[in-house]
Write a protein that binds this ligand. Structure first.
Ligand code: C5P
Length: 300
């Protein structure tokens, strides 16, 4: 991922979307077990790491995201501590992915920080060790160490790439994402489910995943998010955007993650661009997107 002799490395850190999100059970640690079909998409932050200096520092094109609360800072700090490394890193993020939107932008930046540090300081690290550090940073971070179409379970740490046939159906899938200008805290989205600890898991998990993702049409019919109802009751704009996208000809639409971003599957790139333009003209942040086969790529 990185040339060890270079002083800096830049990556694209891509957003994730949930095409299916089932909440299976409430756990004793306060989190929920999920069963989710996730993909990464070509909406990306640009993140540069400069090696050297003491400790971690971080700057961002959005100044409100600077400082130790940034997940990339947290990830880098955890990694340097865990591996006892004295050299530091300064991180700069050009933010493109909407914040607190259900697109896991901060988690992708953090996963990239772990990968970049691992390739520089611990190229033979056991992937399970990296995944455990990732989970300490956040539930979406283990998946974003790799990205691509995957089924994600547990709190987010059980990541299985989908079968080859499904991978084909999910590759270069045309999508539109629209993010209304509201902030939804993930904890609130999960709390609004009001799940008890005794809830039984098995029956809520994804059934027939392979047939659900035979092609874009069957996938469009299978889109589902257990968090959507609670969030759209509180924020009716989510429901309005979803039906607006269906009226514009989407094959299917669903809220991503804990929202408020709404995602639609469309026929082709031209339709994605037309729909994104119309939504942008209505004043929303809207994107024509394609799925990608990995979370990060070296930029330069
Ligand atoms: O792990 P992360 O910091 O992204 O989670 C934010 C919040 O979302 C958690 O504090 C929890 O309330 C909720 N959450 C959950 N179960 C998950 C992921 C997130 O309950 N699997």
């Amino acid at each position: 991922m990185d040339n060890p002799s270079s002083k800096e490395a830049t990556y694209e850190c891509r957003a994730k979307v949930n095409l299916i999100l089932k909440v299976v059970a409430k756990r004793r640690d306060g989190y929920h077990d999920i069963d989710s079909l996730m993909c990464t998409v070509d909406l990306a932050d640009k993140v540069t790491f400069r090696w050297g200096g003491p400790g971690v520092s971080l700057t961002c094109s959005d100044r409100s995201l600077e400082g130790e609360a940034n997940l990339a800072w947290k990830a880098a700090g955890l990694f340097l501590d865990a591996f006892g490394i004295d050299e530091g890193a300064s991180i700069h993020i050009e933010k493109k992915i909407p914040v607190a939107a259900g697109l896991a932008g901060g988690s992708s930046d953090a996963a990239c920080a772990l990968n970049a540090l691992a390739s520089r300081y611990a190229p033979d690290v056991n992937p399970d060790v990296l995944s455990r550090l990732a989970l300490e940073v956040g539930s979406d971070v283990p998946y974003l160490l790799s990205g691509g179409p995957a089924r994600v379970r547990g709190r987010g740490e059980i990541v299985e790439p989908v079968a080859r046939s499904a991978r084909e159906a999910l590759g270069a899938l045309d999508l539109v994402a629209v993010t209304p200008a509201i902030e939804v805290r993930s904890s609130l989205a999960y709390e609004s489910l009001g799940m008890g600890l005794t809830e039984e898991g098995e029956k809520a998990s994804i059934l027939g995943l392979d047939s659900a993702i035979a092609d874009r049409y069957s996938l469009a019919g299978a889109l589902e998010n257990d968090l959507e109802r609670g969030v759209s009751e509180r924020f009716p704009v989510v429901r309005a955007l979803k039906s607006g996208m269906m009226d514009m000809g989407a094959l299917g639409a669903v809220m991503s993650g804990s929202g408020p971003t709404v995602l639609a599957i469309v026929e082709n790139r031209a339709q994605a661009e037309r729909m994104a333009e119309r939504l942008a003209a209505e004043g929303h942040a809207a994107f024509a997107l394609r799925t990608t086969d990995s979370a990060h790529s070296a930029r330069e």
